[in-house]
Ligand binder design. Structure first.
Ligand code: 3SL
Length: 233
């Protein structure tokens, strides 16, 4: 039986061997939800980068600079980190250079994996099918917040574990904990997340509608996959 594990924070990555695994990077609020939305609306590629300078350098090569720091759009950047900025005809064909506080850092730390895909509730069923049909053991890497654990990424991990429970065995207790949490929260994830640190942070920035959208399952079928450091659909 294939196995599934959950890394609850990128700070714990050193505990996992990733060379032979499919890694699913998740940052529900909001980096990986933006990426999935952008590909669903026809962006050409997303180059995830860890720092702002690197991102701005890519602007000179025709990339659209995208992302945030501490939830806020970065001065001089073209786009922020709301999925609603990555919808519609205007994003079709764009090459995005993307940097965020946690999501792109988690991608960076996952680069040694056999393969890296991007997960969110928006493409949940596609991700589950992909993992089911694939040959590799699975590690879900939760982006968290500055090294700390968060609820929303753990809920996504739990949803995947729950949906694959008859096919993939848990490697340790983190997948079981995530699965239990998801089963408690799944009836109303928006309500469940009201007490979470990042929802409070986003509310302070007056960001409300992104939250509900980002926990809505199966809006899109696309699975972004990392190839030579670039995400492609
Ligand atoms: O940290 C990240 O990658 C972001 O998704 C955080 S925020 O939702 O834009 O604040």
């Amino acid at each position: 039986m294939k196995t599934i594990d959950v890394c609850l924070s990128p700070e714990l990555m050193h505990l996992y061997e990733i060379e032979n695994r499919t890694v699913v990077v998740v940052d529900i609020l909001r980096a990986t939800s933006c990426m999935v939305t952008a590909f669903a609306h026809g962006v050409d590629s997303i180059t995830p980068v860890a720092n702002l300078d690197e991102c701005l350098k890519l602007k000179t090569k025709g990339y659209v600079t995208s992302g945030e720091r501490d939830g806020k759009k970065v001065e001089g950047f073209d786009k922020g980190n709301s999925p609603f900025e990555y919808m519609g005809e205007q994003v079709r064909g764009l090459k995005l250079a993307f940097t965020t506080t946690n999501g792109t850092q988690a991608i960076e730390k996952s680069k040694g994996a056999k393969e890296v895909i991007i997960g969110s509730f928006l493409n949940l069923t596609s991700v589950v099918r992909y993992l089911l049909l694939g040959e590799n053991n699975v590690l879900i890497v939760c982006a968290g917040w500055k090294g700390r654990v968060n609820l929303e990424d753990t809920l996504f991990a739990g949803a995947v574990v729950e949906k694959l429970k008859d096919y993939l065995g848990p490697d340790c207790d983190a997948p079981l904990a995530a699965q239990h949490l998801y089963n408690v929260a799944k009836g109303d994830m928006v309500k469940f997340l009201e007490a979470s640190s990042h929802v409070k942070r986003l509310n302070r920035l007056n960001i409300h509608k992104d939250i509900e959208f980002c926990v809505t399952p199966d809006q899109y079928k696309v699975i972004p996959k990392l190839k030579n450091g670039v995400l492609l659909a």
